[in-house]
Design a protein around this ligand. Structure first.
Ligand code: DAH
Length: 341
């Protein structure tokens, strides 16, 4: 090295700093010159063996700084050039830019999964209205006006038509379907429901449910349990454990809630299962004979089971989503994390 190495490094520094980049070609030239496989900094790195031992450390440090300077300049200009790309010179024969393709909402992903699981065992999807009348949402489901169970679901009534409301559960689709169809049938009703609840990390005034209903001759609790076990295995893996706990719903008798065993592996598991390892997934039971009769189905001939599950909670578990409000805020940073399939 003829020049003192410090001077030489300084020369390279100004070379990098003063290199004009005004278009894509110059950017590429810069890349080849300073970052390519045969870049001009390489000989400097090779020359380290000829530097006196006491200077080697400083020399190495300065060289690395030189390299980072080139790296930074390159990425800065690259970003700039892709954001200010001149669209008119774009090659129109190129395939469309796939990076901006939309993704499915996590709620849709989980609902679709539930639907596909039950469709394997003959359940047919039925959808119905979100603005429902009082009879289909409550009365026909064994929940008359003065029934205390109405307090369980804080209802949004329509302002000037108090007999209409935003459905509080997808069980309203059961009564819609049963009044217009004759058994046997197996239906699945996914949809949005509404309750007048304070919005927090754990609850919202709108959420999603999937309702299931099977009516035929001789439908039993054993059928219900096997169906739900099949669902749980498909949804959460074949080693999943379930349990049915006795519960109460006005429209089923007997009624139960189904828990799955989630486990207690870490702090979060302890929190979401309240330290038990078990997590409630759905409500279910044998359709109360009075409900069948209300809908014009002879309860002496037919019996049925029904279940209703929340979707938000399951999506929170499957995707580790900590706050229910994320679902409804349309924040692209959240939404883009979900894949299309
Ligand atoms: N509709 C109930 C709720 O929203 C859930 C439910 C429980 C649905 C039992 C059912 C059932 O079909 O049988 O809390």
């Amino acid at each position: 090295m003829n020049k003192h190495w410090r001077e030489l490094i300084e020369d390279f520094r100004s070379l990098i700093l003063n290199f004009q980049i005004e278009n894509g070609n110059e950017l590429e030239e810069f890349r080849i010159k300073f970052l390519g496989t045969k870049n001009i900094l390489k000989p400097l790195f090779a020359a380290i063996s000829s530097i006196p031992n006491e200077d080697k450390k400083e020399y190495g440090l300065l060289l690395n700084q030189l390299k980072s300077l080139a790296d930074e300049k390159y990425s800065q200009f690259k970003e700039l050039s892709s954001s200010t790309e001149n669209k008119s010179t774009e090659d129109l024969s190129l395939p469309a830019d796939l990076t901006r393709i939309g993704s499915r909402h996590p709620i849709t992903l989980v609902m679709d999964k539930v639907v596909s699981i039950f469709s394997k065992i003959g359940f047919q999807v039925v959808e119905d209205r979100e603005i429902e009348d009082d009879w289909h949402n409550f009365t026909a489901l064994n929940t008359p006006d003065d029934h205390p169970a109405r307090d369980m679901q804080d209802t949004f009534y329509l302002k000037d038509r108090n007999d209409f409301l935003l459905r509080t559960h997808t069980s309203s689709v059961q009564t819609r379907f049963m009044t217009t169809h004759r058994p046997p049938f197996r239906i699945l009703a996914p949809g949005r429901v509404f309750r007048n609840e304070t919005i927090s990390a754990r609850s919202h005034c709108q959420f999603h449910q999937v309702e299931g209903l099977y009516v035929d001759t001789n439908v039993s609790m054993a059928d219900l349990k096997q169906t739900l076990l099949f669902f749980a295995k498909e949804m959460f893996g074949k080693d999943v454990k379930i349990r049915l706990r006795p519960s109460f719903f006005p429209f089923t008798e007997p009624s139960a809630e189904m828990d799955i065993y989630w486990g207690l592996k870490d702090e979060t598991d302890h929190r979401i299962t309240k330290g038990t390892g078990w997590l409630e997934i759905l409500g279910c039971g044998m359709v109360d004979p009075a409900v069948l009769d209300n809908c014009g189905i002879d309860s002496k001939v037919y019996s049925g089971f029904a279940f209703g599950m929340g979707i938000e909670r399951q999506a929170m578990l499957l995707y580790k989503i900590p706050d229910i409000r994320y679902y409804f805020e349309n924040d692209l940073r959240f939404l883009r994390q979900f894949k299309n399939a």
